[in-house]
Design a protein around this ligand. Structure first.
Ligand SMILES: Nc1ncnc2c1ncn2[C@@H]1O[C@H](COP(=O)(O)OP(=O)(O)OP(=O)(O)O)[C@@H](O)[C@H]1O
Ligand SMILES: [Mg+2]
Length: 479
């Protein structure tokens, strides 16, 4: 990896001459993105690798020689950031700049190494950008400024969080990726179980082999059986042709069984047999088919509790739970909230083309105090909602979804938890908004008073206002 970078760097030192001699042909055949711009960052040349692989652009989109900086911006927002990096480089009086960053295109994300060089005094071909795709080099032993190893660095760019609990998750993901053991990922809804499973597959030796996902809660027992095991023509009414099951599809790769706690008793037995015997039989056929796959199971239920209640087989539980990773709820790592907000603001700026800078202090305080029963998904949805409403460069309280503080559709697993979360959130909303910015309606006031048996001290405490303030409101509403 390092050798490749050094080679590329030496190459770029001489690239101007080569470019002169053989035009764009050599540059086009390079296994790295090469972009040459003039002093105003207008693209003078972009090679095939950058077009096809990095930015996924059609040849028709190829920038013409007088392409403006604006167009450059629309190719990819990260390129715009390069613009900023390069300005820094020039203002610091340096001639080179390099950085590792995530580049997004419509197919997904790539980890790339960017080096920029001011390589000619000519106005027309002033800057050279070399962009190397290092997504497959996650094993590299380099360390990032945060002290992350190469693989951790990749994790830190996707599973956002600085809390020690998330660092422990990274460590376990890396251990899991190195092993072939079946794995259980637990955690409340929206904590990132699926993201963790994706990362494990991507970082494992099986990354080039199939990664097949099945949601065990979304299908009836018989449909799930045929989805997992496949069937032969005529096995049941409607089976008009042979169908390969997901387990077979995952051969040599990874099978992700989401919401595994929902599997029926009958299917639990069959799944256990697959794990023990490493063979399956399609529905309607008794010929065994060999399968070799690694199972990652996920659940937001307390599976051990289900075992104790006799609803989940203990032997299957231990077969799946050889190694386990628990995704911590967001409320246990509140300092990650601002970090995640920035991440989602960046993401939605990228997707919507807006230029939101972040959240104002009051909005951030509300988010910091929230109970987050729906965890990171709920936070992402809140920011997405705010992006629809926001009119200025900062998201304010009024841009956030009102139901955020009521938890009608909370993802909390326990009813008590949801109730607690609702009360806590609502209470915080009242506290933050006292002073009349979000006035309490007559109905709401009446409801709070009834909840507290008309005990004004308790109701005032709940609303975060003084008793006199409450008394004034009661009078105003003639309650
Ligand atoms: N640490 C994180 N950093 C960035 N995004 C995250 C993080 N955790 C979760 N997300 C985002 O939250 C959403 C939910 O994540 P995911 O689907 O992995 O959760 P889950 O635990 O599988 O939820 P469920 O139990 O409801 O299926 C996704 O959009 C994901 O991108
Ligand atoms: Mg999930």
């Amino acid at each position: 990896m390092l050798t490749l970078l050094i080679f590329l760097f030496i190459f770029v030192m001489y690239v101007k001459d080569i470019y002169m001699i053989s035009g764009a042909r050599i540059i086009d055949s390079m296994p790295a993105g090469i972009i040459i711009t003039d002093t105003r960052l207008r693209i003078k040349h972009i090679n095939a690798f950058a077009m096809d692989h990095l930015f996924r652009l059609n040849p028709d989109d190829a920038p013409d020689p007088v392409l403006s900086g604006e167009r450059f911006l629309t190719i990819d927002r990260q390129v715009f950031n390069m613009h900023g990096c390069m300005e820094n480089m020039v203002s610091d009086g340096k001639r080179t700049f390099s950085k590792t960053l995530i580049l997004r295109n419509q197919m997904g994300e790539l980890l790339v190494h960017l080096s920029v060089k001011q390589f000619s005094p000519s106005e027309d071909a002033r800057y050279l950008f070399v962009i190397t795709d290092i997504s497959d080099e996650m094993d590299c032993v380099t360390h990032s400024p945060d002290g992350f190893s190469g693989k951790e660095f990749v994790l830190a760019k996707t599973i956002i969080g600085k809390d020690q609990k998330i660092r422990d998750v990274y460590r376990k993901i890396l251990l899991a990726a190195d092993s072939m053991a079946n794995l259980m990922i637990t955690g409340e809804s929206g904590t990132g179980k699926e993201m963790a499973a994706d990362a494990i597959h991507r970082l494992s030796e099986r990354k080039k082999n199939p990664y097949v996902k099945v949601n065990c809660a979304s299908l009836s027992e018989s449909l799930l059986e045929s989805e997992l095991f496949g069937h032969v023509k005529g096995a049941f009414t409607g089976a008009t042709s042979n169908k390969t099951g997901k387990i077979e599809e995952a051969h040599k790769g990874t099978l992700f069984l989401d919401e595994v706690g929902e599997i029926s008793a009958g299917l639990q037995v069959k799944l256990l047999r697959v794990i023990q015997e490493k063979t399956i039989e399609r529905v309607g056929d008794n010929r065994p088919i060999k399968v070799d796959m690694r199972i990652i199971a996920a659940t937001n239920r307390d599976l051990y509790e289900l075992v104790k209640e006799g609803k989940f087989r203990e032997d299957l539980y231990y077969r799946l739970n050889v190694f386990s990773i628990h995704m911590p709820p967001l409320r246990e790592r509140p300092l990650d909230i601002p970090l995640l907000c920035n991440h989602f603001v960046d993401r939605f700026n990228y997707l919507t083309g807006k230029q939101v800078k972040g959240l104002d202090n009051e909005a951030m305080r509300l988010l910091m105090d929230h109970y987050w029963p729906g965890n990171v998904r709920e936070l992402r949805n809140a920011i997405e909602h705010a992006f629809v409403l926001v009119q200025s460069s900062l998201i304010g309280v009024y841009d956030l979804p009102p139901n955020l503080f009521k938890h009608e559709d909370s993802g909390a697993t326990e009813p008590d938890e949801a109730k607690k979360a609702a009360q806590q959130g609502e209470r915080q909303l009242f506290r933050k908004t006292r002073g009349g910015r979000l006035p309490i309606s007559r109905e709401k006031l009446q409801q709070v008073l009834e909840q507290h048996d008309w005990n004004q001290t308790q109701a005032a405490e709940y609303l975060g206002i003084s008793r006199v303030g409450l008394w004034k409101k009661i009078r105003k509403f003639e309650l």
